[in-house]
Ligand binder design. Structure first.
Ligand SMILES: Cc1ncc(COP(=O)(O)O)c(C=O)c1O
Length: 390
């Protein structure tokens, strides 16, 4: 898992050290939080030249910052670290995962390529943003095998999630990247994290995270990030500068801190999730369990009983949307995370009305199982009432 190596160091080492390489030289241990919105400069001719350079390429400014919307040193540390973990030249952070996706769509549309090919399921709001064409894009939904045929002259992006929210369906990223030809493939890697999967190694050009989830890891930061090559990162920085979806420096600090424990958290929660998936699959009250081949800390399942009663019945597990925190959360996608998707489209993508999605945290597996077991019983399907053969 975390034996992946970047160019020089193992993932577990990068997770702790990337974005912090200069600290010891400065006599620091924890990274400083720079809350400045603006920065003094007595040489406005030099500033004019630096702003011209940014307008030309979107490259990070040389020298001290100018204004918070152009870049922030604390956020830049997180961007450096995440790029190292994903194995990309750069990454660009945003105020949320949806702000990150919006910036990608705007950046592609700015080159005249407004058509997007996408594979369902995606996170409900990503699906909604594309389906409603809120940013002027046009989407063609297809399955992975249909991608090559769906491409048009004005296709600017192919988008997939793997494992997908909420069914945990997996896409063969290498095959999909091949089908995309010269059109950039965006992989939403929120569920896998770079600990389990590095999409760029399989041919993706753009990797998106809701950093609100595992990267932050503690349920207290809202953020998004796009890992990509430097050329596209420049365009994204220009979009971010012009549209303003910047990440707050405190959030940048918390994300950098979150990254340092990412491999340990993902590994521990995944082991618990795999065991819960095994127990659920063997339980006659459960109709179906979804657990990805690559592992991870997400488990989805359908019960024979009322899914709303399971949600109402948990006590240790928190009934809440979102995922990737240290504590376990459960939610009903058809009611919350994917409610905004048209019901037929949602069901067509495998998101049944019985599906529950659980984000497994770092609690003891037997305590989690005891809570689930009681909630399943309260949901009204006694274990002996259902034939064991399924
Ligand atoms: C897979 C995935 N991508 C993107 C998003 C959007 O991220 P955010 O809520 O940080 O805007 C989410 C949110 O749940 C998600 O699950």
């Amino acid at each position: 898992m975390d034996t992946h190596r970047t160019a020089t160091r193992a993932l577990a080492t990068e997770a702790v050290h990337a974005g912090r390489d200069d600290l010891a030289r400065q006599g620091l241990h924890a990274p400083p939080i720079d809350l400045s919105t603006t920065y003094p400069s007595y040489d406005s001719r030099a500033e004019a030249a630096r702003i011209d350079a940014f307008a030309a390429t979107g490259a990070e400014l040389d020298g001290p910052p100018v204004y918070g919307r152009l870049g922030n040193p604390t956020v830049a540390r997180f961007e450096t670290a995440l790029a190292r973990l994903e194995g990309t030249e750069a990454s660009v952070a945003f105020a949320s995962g949806m702000a990150a996706l919006s910036a990608v769509l705007l950046a592609r549309a700015s080159t005249g390529l407004r058509h997007v090919v996408a594979v369902r399921p995606l996170y409900g709001c990503s699906d909604h943003l594309l389906t409603a064409g809120l940013l002027g894009s046009e989407v063609t939904w297809t399955d992975p095998a249909g991608i090559a045929d769906a491409l048009r002259a004005d296709t600017g992006l192919v988008m997939v999630e793997s494992p997908a929210n909420p069914t945990l369906a997996e896409v063969d990223l290498r095959a999909v990247a091949h089908a995309c030809g010269s059109v950039p493939l965006l992989v939403d890697n929120t569920f896998a994290t770079p600990v389990l999967q590095r999409p760029v190694e399989q041919g993706a050009r753009i990797v998106l995270h809701s950093a609100t989830k595992y990267l932050g890891g503690h349920g207290d930061v809202m953020a998004g990030v796009v890992a990509c090559d430097e050329e596209f990162a420049g365009l994204l920085r220009q979009v971010r500068f012009a549209t303003g979806g910047v990440l707050h420096p405190l959030a940048g600090y918390l994300l950098l801190r979150g990254l340092s424990t990412l491999p340990v958290r993902v590994r521990a929660a995944s082991a618990t999730a795999a065991e819960l998936a095994r127990r659920l699959a063997a339980d006659p009250r459960v109709a179906r369990v979804h657990y990805p081949r690559i592992g991870g800390a997400m488990v989805s399942f359908e019960t024979h009983g009322d899914p709303h009663a399971v949600i109402a019945g948990v006590r240790l597990i928190t009934p809440a949307v979102s995922l990737g925190s240290v504590d376990t959360l459960i939610q009903h996608p058809a009611s919350i995370s994917h409610r905004i998707v048209d019901a037929d489209d949602r069901r067509g993508a495998g998101v049944s009305d019985r599906l529950l999605r659980m984000s497994v945290g770092l609690e003891d597996v037997d305590d989690l199982w005891a809570d689930l077991d009681r909630a399943l019983t309260e949901a009204g399907v006694p274990a002996q009432a259902v034939p064991s053969a399924r």
